[in-house]
Design a protein around this ligand. Structure first.
Ligand SMILES: [Zn+2]
Length: 308
């Protein structure tokens, strides 16, 4: 592959509290705001608490999941009296940090999330973006004591529904397991380190360092699996103990996935795939017990900053 020249990354938004009960990002952003951290070397930093109302009440959201509001259609929908708070907020954030897809958008948007699933540290992104893949590789190399993985959500930019899609480049950092409304020091330190390493990578990149091309593995969603339910829609089983906490461990046909409340083990049938977001608290309402992914290898070129 040829070497790619990419414009400097001069502005970064570090966002937390998009889900108001995922506290790691909230406290990392608050610390950055307290320290009035506005610039690190060549990069201007904007720390943003994105869903203050949900934070105040300690919930994921108040009326609508904010992290599903950033599609082109929703961002351009007219505001009326009945528009949910989070959709108004999404349009405000798009005006502040975007507009999505425009030359004015922040160069890099990092949105900090937690999951109740045992996923370690995961980058989640939409497009195959050389900056994101290089940062991902860098984090994997520097944070070798913990699993650093990535999930690619293959939808077009116009349908990308999460906040990170507003930046020119962007990714979410999803870290768990951490219960909603709880802070864990180990998780906090992981996320803090990942943010600091990302800022360090940007300094090197902006100063003209060439990062060599390489390959990385990332997971792509194949399908979602719901809980077994009765005719009234109530779940009739829990995640089986053999699957619980085993995110990213290959699931094969015949492996247990649910334990019904009457004690029956339900087994997986289908192609071998990797489970993730296993027993994520927020996904009960979305009718998702876990997602299943394929693992793919991505090759990316050497990159360096484009000079005028
Ligand atoms: Zn979240």
């Amino acid at each position: 592959m040829e070497r790619a020249a990419i414009p400097p990354i001069s502005s970064v938004a570090v966002c937390g509290g998009t889900h108001g009960n995922e506290l790691t990002g909230v406290y990392i952003v608050r610390e950055m705001q307290k320290q009035k951290l506005e610039k690190v070397g060549s990069v201007s930093i904007t720390p943003v608490l994105t869903n203050p109302k949900a934070l105040d009440v300690g919930r994921r959201y108040t009326e609508m999941d904010l992290n599903r509001c950033f599609t082109d259609a929703l961002l351009s929908s007219p505001i009326t009296e009945s528009t949910p708070y989070e959709l108004r907020r999404a349009q405000e954030l798009n005006a502040q940090l975007g507009p999505k897809g425009s030359a004015e958008a922040v160069d890099l948007l990092i949105d900090l999330h937690n999951t109740t699933a045992n996923m370690g540290l995961c980058l989640i992104f939409y497009s195959i973006d050389w900056i994101t893949l290089h940062i991902y590789k860098y984090l994997q190399n520097k944070m070798s004591s913990i699993p650093v993985r990535a999930i690619q959500v293959a939808v077009p930019a116009s349908d990308a529904y999460s906040l990170e899609s507003v930046g020119k480049h962007g990714f979410a950092i999803e870290v768990g397991p951490q219960p909603n409304g709880v802070l864990r020091a180990d998780i906090f330190n992981m996320v803090k380190e990942a943010v600091e390493l990302t800022l360090a990578w940007l300094q090197e990149f902006n100063s003209g360092h060439t990062f060599e091309g390489s390959t990385v593995e990332a997971y792509t969603l194949v399908k979602s699996v719901d809980y077994p339910r009765d005719p009234a829609g109530k779940i009739t089983a829990a995640i089986h103990q053999d699957l619980q906490d085993n995110d990213f461990k290959l699931l094969r046909s015949g492996d247990p996935i649910f334990l019904t409340f009457s004690g029956e083990t339900l087994k997986y049938e289908g192609e071998d795939l990797y489970p993730f977001f296993v027993n994520e608290c927020a996904y009960y309402e979305k009718k998702i017990a876990f997602h299943l992914a394929q693992k793919k290898t991505y090759t990316f070129p050497s990159i360096s900053v484009k000079k005028d």
